[in-house]
Design a protein around this ligand. Structure first.
Ligand code: 7PM
Length: 259
């Protein structure tokens, strides 16, 4: 899964030609590098990010989804927690909902019940603005598993069949470095839930922390190593910025697993 951030340029609030053109070029590059899914985000749910209004998020992501859909057949994921954006994005041609709030926003379960697409439920402890202040768990894998079980049950109660769900432990979302490392080492323990696992640790601060506080520009090799560990420990989807490097690495993982 390749990350496509749709952030407004300095000339508009979103939806400008320049922005769309830049997005299409990034998609073309990711396709050439072997991407399977493109995750489109309007930056509403980023830790520390300014809250984006529903209207602004719609204006950012819908034109980009339509433009990509008109030109490329690649599956598209919408990274949002807002039910109206989920609905509009799927109508515009997106194929998957990626929600860092795991459908806990008012109305999200009902909207997703009416859509016929897979949904990624991500775990987060706390709220984006404050979640890194003092994350605490009894046992991080057990606690995240309990959260998954509760959200799977909520989805099923709302009429979303279990087979539509993908689970993501949410690296960096209300976790210390030790919590993130424990989740990555013990990722295979989520396999008992019988659903695909998605992992996003591309360029995240846990990579920087392990590499002596390496800035974000220097995190490529660590991120690829993280994707390899995730794949070897059972992840079905890795969400990354650097598609080409990650695809090569995962091909080796798959060759060892399958040949
Ligand atoms: C600032 C801080 C900007 C954090 C962006 C981020 C995930 C996700 C994100 C993830 C799923 C990033 C994050 N992370 N969706 N959206 N899993 N499913 O590093 O780990 O891209 S935003």
């Amino acid at each position: 899964m390749g990350i496509l951030n749709v952030t407004p340029d300095s000339f508009s609030d979103g939806g400008s030609f320049q922005e769309q053109d830049a997005a299409l070029h990034r998609v073309e590059k990711m396709l050439a590098e072997g991407v399977d899914i493109i995750d489109i985000g309007g930056e509403s749910t980023r830790p520390g990010a300014q809250a984006v209004s529903e209207q602004a998020e719609l204006e950012r992501v819908v034109p980009v989804i339509e433009a990509i859909r008109a030109r490329f057949a690649v599956p598209l994921s919408i990274d949002t927690s807002k039910p109206a954006v989920m609905q509009a994005a799927i109508t515009a041609g997106a194929d998957l909902v990626n929600d860092v709030c795991a459908l806990q926003a008012e109305g999200a379960l009902n909207v997703c019940a009416s859509l016929d697409v897979p949904i990624c439920l991500m775990h987060m402890q706390g709220q984006p603005r404050t979640m890194q202040q003092a994350p605490q768990y009894h046992d991080v894998v057990q606690d995240v598993s309990q959260f998954f079980a509760a959200r799977i049950a909520a989805c099923e109660a709302a009429g979303i069949v279990r087979s539509r769900l993908i689970l993501d432990p949410g690296f960096g979302f209300g976790k210390t470095l030790q919590h993130n490392i424990d989740l990555l080492r013990r990722l295979d323990e989520f396999s008992v839930l019988g659903l695909p696992i998605l992992v996003g640790l591309s360029r995240k601060s846990m990579i920087g922390a392990v590499l002596d506080h390496r800035p974000v520009e220097g995190r490529l090799h660590g991120s690829v190593a993280g994707a390899v560990i995730a794949a070897m420990n059972g992840a079905s989807i890795v969400r990354v910025h650097d598609v080409g490097a990650t695809v090569d690495a995962i091909k080796l993982v798959n060759a060892v697993a399958n040949q």
